[in-house]
Design a protein around this ligand. Structure first.
Ligand code: GLY
Length: 379
């Protein structure tokens, strides 16, 4: 995709988002079904329910607002992001705190940290540092950041998920911001453990790994939102490409660049002819579910990886996916909420297949802004 085309799509997106914001001001949407957003800040959702204000994607609404501000310079987008951060402040106090997991990077990087970068607002900085501190508190000195809290009797003390490679960017930011190396050291220890335990012989990444919480030894892998245990959940591959590339940029350590390239090489040879990405590269032909989030996340990661590695084939693969998304899966109408269609939370989910997610739109826009040269690096 060339710069002119990406720029034209971004203009249409900004026009759409201005109308979308008018309809949804004061909400924190996560999902659009039939062109209508939900609202995760709805006070009727229990405070300790992690589908509510502590939902892992809540920072992407503010993130979309920040992106729109970069594209248009309009102040009301920044105001909306700030309002969403104020709503999310409920997470820093009990009982919503109990709904927080390792996703504090996803929650406060696109929102607060991005807005801090744009405006220098000290409250946004404070939120980013609180989020980084909470994430650091999940570090097990055996070398990994614990993903989730206990689920009933299942303590999940040693569980780690590939998505965490994105969340650690907030630790690198916090170290730079404060001059304190602790955050960065935790991020590097975690990245090394993920690199060792998650990347398979064929270059694909596992979804969830359980480490022994006392010794740090690898115990086993689990399937999750993909087709089955041992298969290639595409969004996870995307998190791996994006996350290891960012970790390389933060540290300059070539082992992370090599990890990102291995995952990317295994991803790009599996892209289907039509460049629309399934939920899992190993899913059966029927039922066939797509996941546009995987395409958007991988595209954004591949664009940066192409620059970091000097290998243009990564940018070409991203371009094919972005062309397919924009021509077949992007709803640019101002009348409806949500841009990318056919986003899937989980292959076996009942209520989250082939809908729209705010974070898909965020990464789609991020990739387009990389092409137009308007991307402001936050990861
Ligand atoms: N972080 C969960 C997911 O990617 O669906």
């Amino acid at each position: 995709m060339d710069q002119e085309k990406a720029s034209a799509i971004l203009s249409s997106i900004e026009m759409k988002m201005s109308a979308v914001l008018e309809r949804n001001h004061g909400k924190i949407p996560a999902v659009a079904r039939n062109g209508k957003y939900d609202n995760r800040a709805d006070e009727s959702i229990r405070w300790d329910d992690d589908n509510g204000i502590a939902w892992w994607t809540n920072g992407f609404w503010g993130g979309l607002m920040n992106q729109m501000h970069v594209l248009s310079g309009k102040g009301y987008y920044i105001e909306e992001c700030m309002g969403s951060e104020e709503l999310m402040d409920r997470c820093f106090s009990s009982p919503s705190f109990m709904g927080l997991h390792h996703d504090t990077g996803f929650m406060w990087l696109p929102s607060s940290v991005f807005r801090f970068v744009l405006t220098g607002d000290r409250e946004a900085r404070r939120r980013g540092l609180e989020a980084a501190t909470l994430l650091s508190g999940r570090f097990n000195p055996e070398g990994f950041i614990r993903a989730w809290n206990a689920d009933g009797d299942n303590l999940r003390n040693g569980w780690v998920i590939i998505d965490s490679m994105m969340n650690i960017s907030i630790l690198f930011w916090a170290s730079k911001e404060t001059g304190d190396p602790r955050f960065r050291k935790i991020a590097e220890r975690h990245a090394d453990s993920v690199m060792k335990a998650f990347i398979r012989e064929n270059g694909s990444v596992r979804h969830i790994v359980e480490f022994n919480a006392e010794t740090g030894a690898f115990e086993r892998e689990y399937g999750g939102q993909g087709y089955a245990e041992g298969t290639r959940w595409t969004r996870g591959q995307g998190w791996g490409i994006h996350g290891f590339t960012n970790t390389y940029l933060h540290t300059g350590e070539s082992r992370y660049l090599e990890a990102a390239k291995r995952i990317a090489d295994s991803f790009i040879i599996s892209i289907p002819e039509n460049a629309l990405i399934p939920v899992d590269f190993d899913q059966p032909e029927t039922p066939w579910y797509e996941d546009s989030t995987a395409a958007a996340i991988a595209s954004s990661g591949l664009l940066t990886l192409a620059e970091a590695s000097g290998k243009n084939e990564y940018a070409e693969a991203a371009s094919r996916m972005l062309d397919a998304l924009s021509s077949k899966r992007a709803d640019l109408s101002p009348e409806t909420d949500g841009i990318l269609q056919k986003c899937t939370g989980s292959y076996h989910g009942t209520n989250d297949r082939e809908i729209n997610f705010t974070y898909a739109d965020f990464y789609f826009i991020e990739a387009l802004m990389k092409i137009t040269g308007q991307y402001i690096r936050i990861w």
